[in-house]
Design a protein around this ligand. Structure first.
Ligand code: BGC
Length: 721
């Protein structure tokens, strides 16, 4: 349709029909509304009349349902405006790839794009028009259960991976039924909730917001994301969905975003609980004024927006603009011509869990695992006769993580399945040992587990957090291994030193004691559908771990927040970090630095950083600096290393971080092979927000280093003229 035709359509709509485009309910609510509903539910569900003119639906099942919903709607809608179908496809639809935090550990934007492509194919076949992805909240506090949904504590990784997802999922032409639109979330700073508690209030300086939180959302908007979702939290006193400065001033004016804003689930109505709206009518007004187009699963627009417009409280043009944005998106998706978009029952069956997708998911699970410690016991020897597989997650099927589809565990390859597929002749004893729930104290199975460990050639001890301990609304104040898992670990490690600890969890955990006592630790996060196959291949060296932590692992929960790119303070703690230094910025009871820093991760081979060379000592604003880092594989296996480039600005008009990741590249090296990795640094990467809130660069000296946070190996100096 042309813009003119869309405008004519808009002009033909009643106020109520226009409001219909701005409301959204669950598929479940939508379908149930076809039935006769009595009782309290009937009052909260949109009426059948509203369903007829409703603009969008979220969270539906499959292509069959997508087609049925659209048919049902089009048959009833007097204006025949197709529904938009939205779904949270966060780390794969049916073929689940690792959780986003794990994907960040791959430091591999191409791998992200490959996974996004698989998600795009499965989602479009399922009938998805819009996915609520990428989630690019900077998260520096693992108490927050949603840290798993983000790629990293570092906005650069979130920016690059988020943009890679957007470009891949949307393609060049949204009307192509294979492409889907992306909704960036949760704008803004949702990850900075006080004390790591979900939905909690956020208080941030504008400088910190602009420097550490906004860039990733902006990168996704720049990559073309068609929708944005404001976050649940209040930001400096104003909840995002009502935050005019955030939405109108920054998002629309500064960044030029012209797409659709869809509230988070019930967030408009929650303005009442936040205490900035007197009632739902007031909430609807506030959200409209802040440019929130669609009200997700809440009654505020549904019940009050038409009245607000009729009374003149919300200008009619404001309503029209919001509706036009929704209509334009539908038009861009080609829904007026093909309301079913890619929904295809046959393609769905063919694509879901197809060998090619499983292969991608397995490779992703291998590339995102982080080897935290290895005293030479991994990879295990090929000729092990008897393996003991121990721990509460030894036979777990829930290894997909939050936002996997209900029932996803049915398709998950378990660890025993993975090991048996790889080593069919090896004897495998499985002992659960204990549970892993908070408050679980039953230690009855530990002695038997230790006995099994003692009788085996190799032990795999599988610990972590139950899958439902991370995700939305799942913050924790203590990040220990819940239940009696440490008791189990002590007993097993005492029984057999040839024990590799494997961790499944959705957030960095406090594993300080394990780090001292276990000979090997492999962090698997939630690896998804191919969990067992990927793990077996990693443990027996068919795959070589190459993940690097995308968020630091604390020694104690009390260290949070502990960003790797911290400021120096006036009394920085001098090295070594192991002892307190009087009257410096330190703890009396532990080091300042995390147990394992951002960017850290081992391999079965070793790498040496041989040279860091810069091609000039000074650049002007228009010149580029080339930084060449030479890395050699000094071990006996092929492996991959992520070369990380950090910057430090030692003197500036405002305090600058002690280190800042400005680029990364992953390189594959055969044994003995060396490669030179060249980075380009420009004035743009030296910019920061000054005291007046302006983004500037300042002339002077800079340090550029390679290595990982808290362990920079090679450094050079240059100047910005
Ligand atoms: C979450 C969003 C999600 C939405 C729709 C909310 O509860 O915060 O991340 O996209 O639900 O499912």
């Amino acid at each position: 349709m042309t813009e003119q035709a869309l405008k004519a359509l808009l002009d033909s709509m009643t106020i109520q029909e226009k409001v219909g485009q701005l409301i959204q309910c669950n598929a479940g609510q939508f379908i149930r509304n076809q039935l006769e509903i009595t009782g309290p539910d009937g009052e909260t569900l949109p009426t059948e009349e509203v369903c007829r003119i409703m603009g969008s639906v979220l969270t539906f099942e499959d292509a069959e349902q997508a087609i049925a919903l659209q048919e049902m709607h089009l048959a009833a809608d007097p204006k025949k405006i197709p529904l938009l179908l939205m779904l949270d496809v966060i780390h794969g639809l049916r073929t689940t790839y690792p959780i986003p935090l794990a994907m960040g550990c791959s430091f591999d934007d191409d791998l992200m794009a490959e996974c996004a492509d698989m998600a795009r194919k499965e989602s479009s076949a399922c009938g998805v028009h819009v996915t609520f992805n990428p989630m690019v909240d900077t998260a520096r506090d693992a108490r927050w259960g949603r840290i798993l949904e983000t790629n990293s504590e570092e906005p650069l990784i979130n920016s690059r991976m988020g943009a890679a997802f957007v470009r891949t999922a949307q393609g060049n032409d949204l009307s192509d039924p294979g492409n889907i639109a992306c909704c960036v979330k949760h704008y803004a700073a949702y990850g900075a909730g006080e004390a790591g508690r979900d939905y909690n209030t956020v208080d941030l300086s504008e400088r910190s917001l602009r420097q550490d939180y906004l860039p990733a959302y902006k990168a996704c908007v720049d990559a073309g994301a068609r929708l944005v979702m404001p976050s649940f939290n209040a930001l400096n006193g104003i909840p995002s969905v009502a935050n005019k400065w955030l939405m109108n001033r920054i998002l629309r004016e500064e960044w030029g975003f012209s797409g659709v804003v869809v509230s988070d689930y019930n967030a408009v109505g929650e303005l009442v609980a936040h205490g900035i709206a007197a009632d739902h009518k007031d909430a609807a007004r506030l959200a409209m004024e802040a440019g929130c187009d669609i009200d997700m699963v809440d009654n505020s627009y549904y019940l009050y927006l038409a009245d607000l417009v009729r009374e003149g409280t919300v200008p009619a043009e404001m309503l029209d603009e919001a509706v036009m944005r929704v209509l334009r998106l539908k038009n861009e998706l080609g829904l007026f011509e093909n309301p079913f978009h890619g929904a295809d029952r046959v393609a769905e069956k063919r694509l879901y869990l197809c060998p090619e997708h499983r292969e991608t998911a397995r490779r992703a699970a291998e590339e995102t695992a982080v080897l935290l410690k290895n005293e030479g016991i991994l990879p295990f020897r090929e000729d092990v006769k008897h393996i003991a597989l121990i721990g509460p997650f030894a036979e777990e099927k829930h290894l997909n993580g939050f936002w996997s589809r209900p029932g996803a565990e049915r398709d998950t390859v378990t660890i025993p399945e993975g090991i048996r597929a790889l080593l069919p002749d090896t004897e495998l004893t499985v002992e659960r040992g204990c549970g892993a729930a908070i408050g679980d104290t039953d230690t009855g199975g530990i002695a038997r587990a230790a006995e099994a460990a003692a009788g085996a050639d190799a032990v795999i001890l599988v610990l972590g957090e139950p899958e439902n301990y991370s995700g939305e609304g799942r913050s924790r104040a203590e990040l220990n291994l819940p239940g009696p898992q440490m008791q189990l670990a002590r007993a097993v490690l005492a029984a057999n030193r040839n024990t590799a600890v494997v961790l499944f969890n959705g957030r960095p955990l406090v594993i300080t004691e394990l780090a001292e006592t276990a000979p090997a630790i492999l962090e698997m996060w939630y690896p998804g559908t191919e969990a067992g196959n990927a793990l077996a291949r990693l443990l027996w060296g068919r795959a070589n771990p190459c993940g690097k932590l995308s968020a630091g692992m604390p020694r104690s929960t009390g260290q949070y927040p502990m960003p790797y790119n911290r400021m120096n303070t006036g009394r920085p703690k001098p090295p070594p970090d192991c002892k307190p230094a009087p009257f410096t910025s330190c703890y009396l009871d532990m080091p300042n630095l995390p147990l394992y820093s951002f960017g850290y991760g081992l391999s079965y081979t070793t790498f040496s950083y041989e040279k860091l060379e810069i091609d000039r000592n000074e650049i002007t604003k228009d010149e580029k600096l080339h930084v060449a880092v030479t890395v050699r594989n000094t071990g006996t296996r092929a492996g991959k290393e992520t070369v990380q480039l950090y910057l430090r600005d030692p003197v500036a008009s405002v305090v600058r971080p002690v280190q800042q990741l400005i680029d990364y590249k992953k390189v594959a090296l055969e044994p003995g092979e060396k490669k030179e990795i060249v980075f380009t640094v420009s004035e743009q990467q030296l910019r920061f927000f000054n005291a007046e809130g302006k983004e500037i660069s300042e002339a002077g000296e800079f340090l550029v280093s390679a290595g990982y946070a808290d362990h920079l190996l090679l450094t050079e100096k240059f100047r910005l003229a």
